[in-house]
Design a protein around this ligand. Structure first.
Ligand SMILES: CC(C)(COP(=O)(O)OP(=O)(O)OC[C@H]1O[C@@H](n2cnc3c(N)ncnc32)[C@H](O)[C@@H]1OP(=O)(O)O)[C@@H](O)C(=O)NCCC(=O)NCCS
Length: 154
């Protein structure tokens, strides 16, 4: 994927969003749950999409919900073969710009404390740690993993 653009996801993208989410996370949400999430007030998804004439590949996605002046970053992922190319950074930037346009002044998220890639991505984007939620996630072996809660003023 040499030329790619961050674009708004629409109803036609739900299946692809579900595929990518299932590739990136251990617990699949499924298309119906993603569609329901995107029907919530202030919720939107962005995709990173190949813009070459032959291409309709999506490399990554982000889903955010904005309520009044606060936004929750619900999920973000880049498919495994296309990581470490700046795609997540671009998706995050696009999502923060759109969230600010919808009135968000602060963005919140939770990330597993055993996810160094995501923690570093968010730290580099300026997110600060607010606290921890013990046992918020489970890993592949069923062990409880704390969530780190983070926030960014935009
Ligand atoms: C976390 C994730 C989205 C990063 O996607 P990506 O496209 O590879 O990230 P980028 O290339 O934009 O990286 C931006 C910065 O994040 C940090 N980063 C990304 N992956 C990293 C890794 N594996 N280890 C350490 N730092 C990492 C680096 O600071 C990187 O900058 P650099 O490449 O200049 O060093 C991706 O690994 C992923 O989809 N993981 C599974 C899903 C997930 O955990 N999502 C986040 C929780 S909601």
């Amino acid at each position: 994927m040499t030329r790619a653009a961050v674009v708004a996801a629409g109803p036609a993208d739900i299946e692809r969003l579900a595929e990518m989410q299932a590739t990136c996370f251990r617990e699949p949400w499924g298309a119906a749950s993603i569609a329901k999430t995107l029907s919530l007030p202030g919720a939107f998804a962005l995709l990173l999409r190949d813009t070459t004439p032959a291409g309709r590949i999506s490399a990554g996605f982000v889903i955010i919900q904005v309520v009044a002046d606060q936004a929750d970053l619900l999920t973000l992922g880049v498919v495994p073969g296309l990581r470490r190319r700046g795609h997540a950074g671009r998706l995050l930037e696009g999502a923060l710009i759109r969230a600010a346009g919808l009135g968000a002044k602060t963005v919140f998220l939770e990330v597993a404390e055993d996810n160094p890639a995501a923690l570093e991505l968010y730290r580099r984007a300026g997110f600060e740690t607010m606290g921890r939620r013990e046992g918020y996630y489970r890993d592949a072996e069923g062990r409880r993993i704390a969530a780190v809660t983070m926030r960014l003023a935009i």
